[in-house]
Design a protein around this ligand. Sequence first.
Ligand SMILES: *Cc1c(COP(=O)(O)O)cnc(C)c1O
Length: 483
Amino acid sequence: MTKNSAQLELSKEAMQAYGYQVVDAIVNHHCTQNDQLPVALGSREEMDSLFLEEAPEQGSNHEDVLQFVLEKVMTNSTNMSHPKSYSFVPGPSNYVSVMADALATGYNIFSGGWVASPAAAELEIITIQWLLKIFGFPSKKGGGIFTSGGSMANLTALTTARKVKCGQDFSKAVIYLSDQAHSSNIKAIRVLGFKKEQIRIIPTDIEFKFAVNKLKNCIAKDRLEGLQPFCLIATSGTTNTGTVDPLEELSKICKKEDIWFHIDGAYGAAAILSKSGKALMKGIEKADSLTVDPHKWFFQPYEMGCLLVRNHKHLSQTFTEKPEYLRDIEGNTSEINFYDHGIQLTRRFRALKFYMSIKTFGLKAFRKAISYNISLAEKVEDHLRGSQHWEVVFPATLAVINFRYHPIGKRYTAQQLDKINQYISEQVVASRKALLVTTVLHGQVVLRMCLINPRTTLNDVLDTLKLCEHFANALLAPSSVEN
Ligand SMILES: *Cc1c(COP(=O)(O)O)cnc(C)c1O
C-alpha cells in the first residue's frame, strides 16, 4: 500500500487512484446536491460516538480512511453551497476555484514573499489590481491583500487605520460604527486593545442606515472632550438587510474631520458588478479601505477575504517589520512581499482561485450571476406581496429579503407572530430541507433569505415557502392535520 510510510508517501499509482476518488466525490457532490438535504444536524454526543478516539499509533488503509470521511464527515456537514441554503451568507463556491485550491495546496506554494514565488505574488498583485479597478480605487497608488476572510480583512484595516491616524498613542482615539455593523468589527476593535469607552455605536434610521446627524453630534461632542475621532466603519450591504450606508455623505464627514473611512463590504460590495448594485455603491471609491469577501458573492470557496486600500504604502508602513538598513537589499519595491502588507508570513496562494475562475468564466459571467441574484430576490418579494400569508418586512436589497408569516385578516399579537415565525424556522431546519433562520428587525422576529447562490431558482424558493406554510398551518390549525 504505502511506498515508504516514514516519508509519508503513497506509491504513484495509489496517489492517482486516491486523487481520482477525491475528485469523483467532489464532482458527484456538486452534481447531486440538489437532491440532497442541505442541513446537517448532530449533537456533540452523536459526533463523539462517530469520531472520538485517541490519535492512532498505527495507520490504516488510506482508502478506508477516505471512505470513512466521505460517509461520516461530509454527510454530517451543512452544505452552504446548496440552492436551499438561504441563511447567514451562503457560500456558493465554483468548481474551477475548487480545483485551483487543490493546485495551490498540491504544489504547496508559499505566497508570503516575492523571492519564494514571483508568480504567486504577481497574480495577487494583478488580481488586486482587477479589484481596485472594479471598485474605482486609484490603480497606481492603491493596493490590497487577500486574507482568510472578512473578519481578518477588517482587523487588517483597523490596524492600518490606527497606525496611520494615531501612530503610537491611541489613548484618546475614538472609533464609530453603526448598530448594524458586522460583529467582526467589534471583535477586531477588541483585539486591538481599545477600551469600551473608545467605541461609539451609532443608532441607525428606519432603513437601518447610519443616522448621520447623530454621528455628527457624537463626533462634535468627542472633539469638545479632547478625544480623537480616528476611524469610521460604514457598511455596504449589512448582513441583516443588505442596507448600504450613505457612503458619499459619510465620506465627506470623514474627509472634513480627518477620519479614516473604512467600508465593510464583505458580503455586499460585489454587487457593484451589477447595474443596480453599482448605483447603490456610489461613494465606495472614496473609502480609505474596503473589505470584500470573495468567498461570499464572488463565488470562491472558503477561505478568501480581501482588503483594498487607497494607498498601498499604508499597509507596508503598518506591517513591515524589519530593520531599515535591510531595505536596500530588498530589491525592486514593485516586487511586493505580501508578508509586509498584512499579518500572516506563511500564506496560502489565495489569488490563484480568483485568477483562474475569472479567466475561465470572465467577469461577464460574474456580473450576470450577481444581477440574477438581485432580481431573484425582487421576484421573491413580488411573490410574497401577492400572497395572503406573507408580509414583506424589509424590501429585497442586494439579494437579501426579510419577511414573515402574517396572514391577511388574522389578528395575532406581536408575540404570537414572533412565535409563529420562530416555529416555522425551527421546523424547516429540523426537516433539513432548507437552511432558513430568523433575524430580528425593529424588535420583530422575521425570516431572512440571502439569495446569492446563482444556482438557486425561483422554484426552490417557492418550494421552501410552501414548506413554511405547511408548518404554519400545522401550528395554527391543529385539527386540520389530526388524521
Ligand atoms: C460575513 C461578514 C463579515 C465577516 O467575514 P468572514 O469572512 O466571515 O470572516 C464581515 N462583515 C460583513 C458585513 C459580513 O457580511
